[in-house]
Structure formats: C-alpha cells, structure tokens
Design a protein around this ligand. Structure first.
Ligand SMILES: [Zn+2]
Length: 74
C-alpha cells in the first residue's frame, strides 16, 4: 500500500479503500456547523454509522466522490 493518496477506511484494523464519508459532530466538543469525518469501506459503513448514530453524532453519509465534489468541505 504505497499510494498515500488513497483514503483508507477508519474502522479499526481495516485497510480497505474507503468509499463512504460519515460526517459527524459532537455537540460537546464542536460548534454546530463543524463536521468531523470518518471514512468507511462498504463493509464498515453500517457499523460506523451505528456507532455515531446511537450517540446522536451522525449528520450525513455520502460517497467519497460526492463529498470531495462539495465546496469547502470541513
Ligand atoms: Zn472497513
């Protein structure tokens, strides 16, 4: 894995290329408009979404391509 430009899934121990972006916000730490992002492969998208969702942090789940096409992400 020498291509450092390839985004990798954020799930622990996973080295799969990411295809999803999970945008989230912890209201205790972040201002409301701030977006933290996790990356996820197909396999871990649901797992990571649930992790954030049960805490009420999850704001958005979009494909990596869509996220990167958005103006001024972050
Ligand atoms: Zn993964």
């Amino acid at each position: 894995m020498s291509d450092e430009t390839t985004p990798i899934c954020s799930a622990k121990g996973c080295r799969t290329a990411a295809v999803w972006v999970l945008a989230w916000n912890n209201p205790k730490l972040h201002t409301p408009e701030r977006r933290k992002t996790w990356l996820a492969c197909d396999e871990h998208r649901e797992h990571l979404s649930q992790f954030l969702g049960v805490r009420g942090f999850l704001k958005d789940v979009v494909t990596l391509a869509e996220w990167e096409s958005r103006p001024s992400a972050e």
